[in-house]
Design a binder for this molecule. Structure first.
Ligand SMILES: Cc1cc2nc3c(=O)[nH]c(=O)nc-3n(C[C@H](O)[C@H](O)[C@H](O)COP(=O)(O)OP(=O)(O)OC[C@H]3O[C@@H](n4cnc5c(N)ncnc54)[C@H](O)[C@@H]3O)c2cc1C
Length: 298
């Protein structure tokens, strides 16, 4: 039996695994190898790996973990979980089952991209979710902000460090009272109406077409699609979730433990603020928390 089964072997899951295998615990990582940022050519803000493709960082991290003799990697999808602390069973898509004393959920979130033609092709390239991650590469250009909720509005101030030419696209939604005037007073544009298409060459945005037929030249767009957990295994276990403006996430305590004893969670799945560094921090908390829970403190 494994000491821990970690579901999701990316930034959070690998960091949790590293802490456990260095404590000489037996760990199985179950992973489908699809980190959320795989659409971006390069990841940023990760010391030592700035500008490196996300899958290369993951590959290096996996090699680090698998260098320890108590680590095992299973390239498979986990489709079910049952059991209780000290006796969990994880079912894999191929029909195999794994048993473990603890579970760490690190399967991340999936972006619910709007069905606007061209959006998906530009995602991670010139349609970006975070200026700290990908704003530098499009700085100085004509930027757009696709409004999805009042949570988008802080970016009308934030993006001033990346552009002097910002347009907020309401995309058919109503802005809160007084907001349009404030945005315009800061020198930004506001365009009402729905966006019909993102016009691009191989993901490089050149304009958006509005439903009215008008085309607006643009080099990049900041968008905040809603996110959902990448799997529903936490529902099998009855783990409690909290709601953030962009979607639900698992409630965890200071040790990274969910509301289900023996089940830990980390990364994008376990908080409202999403980044590689944050996922690795959460992985450390959950890995150490999980390890401490395996010890007899009496
Ligand atoms: C386009 C884009 C670009 C980004 N760029 C950056 C950036 O430059 N810098 C930055 O700091 N952040 C960036 N982010 C955010 C970053 O990608 C996430 O914060 C980070 O990937 C979260 O790590 P994680 O380990 O929690 O989840 P993920 O990296 O998403 O990994 C989840 C893992 O779980 C696996 N998995 C899912 N379901 C199952 C299952 N049922 N069974 C087995 N395995 C499963 C997946 O295949 C994947 O390997 C970006 C996000 C996006 C969308």
């Amino acid at each position: 039996m494994d000491d821990a089964i970690i579901i999701g072997g990316s930034f959070a899951g690998l960091t949790a695994a590293m802490h456990l295998v260095r404590a000489r615990r037996r760990v199985t990582l179950v992973d489908t190898g699809q980190p959320r940022n795989r659409y971006a050519a390069a990841a940023h803000n990760v010391l030592g790996f700035d500008g490196v493709p996300p899958l290369d960082i993951r590959r290096a991290g996996l090699a680090n973990v698998l260098a320890y003799p108590t680590a095992r990697h299973v390239a498979a999808e986990a489709v079910g979980i049952g059991g209780v602390r000290d006796d969990f069973v994880v079912r894999l898509a191929g029909g195999e089952s794994l048993v473990g004393r603890r579970i760490i959920l690190a399967y991340g979130v999936a972006d619910q991209l709007p069905a606007i033609p061209g959006f998906a092709e530009c995602w991670g390239k010139t349609v970006i979710h975070c200026p700290y991650c990908h704003g530098y590469e499009v700085a100085g250009g004509r930027l757009g902000l696709l409004y999805s909720s009042p949570a988008s509005l802080h970016a009308t101030v934030l993006l001033r460090d990346w552009t002097d030419t910002l347009t907020l696209f309401t995309n058919g939604l109503d802005l809160p009272d007084g907001v349009e005037a404030r945005i315009k007073a800061r020198g930004n544009g506001v365009l009402e109406g729905r966006v019909a298409a993102f016009l691009h060459e191989a993901g490089r945005l050149r304009a958006v077409r509005m439903e009215s037929g008008r085309e607006v030249g643009l080099d990049a767009m900041l968008a905040h699609p809603r996110v959902l957990p990448s799997a529903r295994l936490h529902e099998d276990l009855g783990a409690e979730t909290l709601e953030a403006p962009l979607g639900p996430y698992l409630k965890v305590d200071d040790e990274g433990q969910t509301t289900v004893p023996g089940v830990f969670a980390a990364g994008d799945l376990a908080g409202p603020r999403h980044s590689i560094n944050g996922a690795m921090h959460g992985g450390m908390i959950a890995g150490v928390g999980c390890h401490r829970s395996l010890l007899d403190w009496s």
